[in-house]
Design a protein around this ligand. Structure first.
Ligand SMILES: NC(=O)c1ccc[n+]([C@@H]2O[C@H](COP(=O)([O-])OP(=O)(O)OC[C@H]3O[C@@H](n4cnc5c(N)ncnc54)[C@H](O)[C@@H]3O)[C@@H](O)[C@H]2O)c1
Ligand SMILES: [Zn+2]
Length: 386
């Protein structure tokens, strides 16, 4: 008889982190960062900063403001300079040399598990820095400072990071919980209109699957959002982030071990659309189109009424999104299998049975997906060239 013995292992690890909302984080009288970072009395906490070049360009004062902040709190904090800048957007996730530069900086500056990497930027830069911080010394503390709407209400507040590899989005990455996330609304004023709008689709997404009141609120705020009213955007970000954080807390599957990924409503088509456009279409823009597609599919399948669908499509269009693109053809269907493969397990797609109520299905009727593509194309009558 072969030799068999088992020692069973089972333990839980509790994670806590705060998402803090503020303005003017790096003004010396704003104590949030120093309070967060300060270690034991008599010791100075070491930190490095990695910043999105799009942000340092749009906020030319930023590097000196950070240096002044650390100098002012010299008793408690030690900024290891220079600040490392990496290009914003997908470029940073496609080129592996940035991971190496961040690891080099962590190594050169003696960043250990009790010091901090501070990442400032859009979702792409946060993903790259997050991955480097997660693997250096098997995980050093990461403070995320998201600077786009999408990263403040969705990508920057979760527990994932990643880079693109083998031409596949987020193929390499890890689940890693940040030490803290700080949303500073000062950054949002310099966003291009596309990036201001882009993240609104994630709020639309979570409202449609979880919170009808929030959807109605968004419908009522379209004009203020389109004219870039900061208070309205702050509320949208807060409510969206709150729903995302609660989902991660309560889903029982923070590290996505199962097949279900409810927060990815509209995303199977969105990921494919991003890829087909060579990432010319922003993630949030693609998500808006993916929501239009899966809402239409929900209607054609008989789950969602026509007036409900019209409200969704009109809301997307009135926010300034395109509900379809030239890339939205039959090739999109391949996104279903790629979505399943990335997650593993069985295909699980979120659909809508009412405004604010999502539910999951495990198969999609491909002919009906094509009919949905046709439907939104006729509804919009406009397929933009990008
Ligand atoms: N980790 C996750 O859970 C998760 C979830 C969703 C999306 N994402 C990722 O997030 C990325 C998209 O993030 P994004 O929408 O924030 O866009 P982005 O990071 O691609 O940034 C868009 C552009 O805005 C610039 N920028 C950033 N902040 C700015 C500011 N304050 N002022 C002026 N310009 C600024 C950047 O330099 C860049 O050129 C994608 O790579 C996506 O895969 C990750
Ligand atoms: Zn998304």
């Amino acid at each position: 008889m072969s030799y068999t013995k088992i020692i069973k292992q089972s333990f839980q690890v509790k994670f806590d982190f705060n998402l803090i909302f503020t303005s003017k984080l790096f003004e010396t009288d704003n104590a949030i960062l120093v309070d967060l970072l300060s270690g034991h009395a008599g010791t100075r906490t070491k930190a490095i900063v990695v910043a999105d070049q799009g942000v340092t360009r749009a906020h030319p004062y930023l590097k000196s403001a950070i240096a002044d902040y650390f100098k002012h709190h010299d008793n408690d904090l030690e900024l290891r300079k220079p600040i490392l800048e990496i290009p914003g957007g997908e470029q940073s996730k496609n080129d592996q040399s940035y991971i190496k530069s961040i690891l080099e900086s962590i190594n050169d500056h003696g960043i250990d598990r009790h010091s901090y990497v501070i990442a400032i930027g859009g979702g792409a830069v946060l993903d790259v820095v997050g991955f480097a911080a997660a693997v250096a010394h098997r995980g050093v503390r990461l403070i995320r400072i998201p600077t786009t709407v999408l990263s403040q209400n969705d990508s920057g507040i979760g527990v994932k990071n990643g880079i693109n590899y083998f031409g596949k989005k987020n193929f390499v990455g890890s689940f890693a919980v940040p030490y803290a996330v700080i949303n500073d609304d000062t950054f949002l004023s310099t966003l291009h209109d596309r990036d201001w709008r882009s993240g609104i689709s994630e709020a639309l997404k979570v409202s449609l699957i979880k919170d009808c009141d929030f959807f109605q609120w968004i419908e009522g705020q379209i004009e203020l959002l389109n004219t870039r009213d900061q208070d309205t955007m702050n509320e949208l970000i807060y409510r969206c982030a709150d729903l995302h954080m609660k989902h991660i807390q309560n889903s029982g599957d923070a590290f996505e071990q199962g097949s279900s990924r409810p927060l990815d409503f509209g995303h199977w088509a969105a990921h494919k659309l991003e890829q087909l456009s060579n990432y010319e279409i922003r993630h949030g823009e693609a998500v808006a189109t993916g929501i239009a597609l899966d809402s239409t599919y929900s209607h054609l399948k008989g789950y969602l009424t026509k007036p409900e669908l019209n409200r969704i499509l009109d809301c997307i269009i009135n926010l300034g999104f395109h509900i379809t693109y030239n890339e939205m053809g039959s090739e999109i269907i391949n996104g279903l299998e790629e979505f399943r493969e990335h997650l593993g397990g069985k295909l699980t797609i979120m659909l809508l049975k009412a405004l604010g109520t999502g539910f999951e299905v495990h198969e999609m009727d491909k002919a009906l997906v094509l009919a949905s593509i046709d439907y939104i194309s006729k509804y919009s009558n406009e397929k933009p060239e990008i």
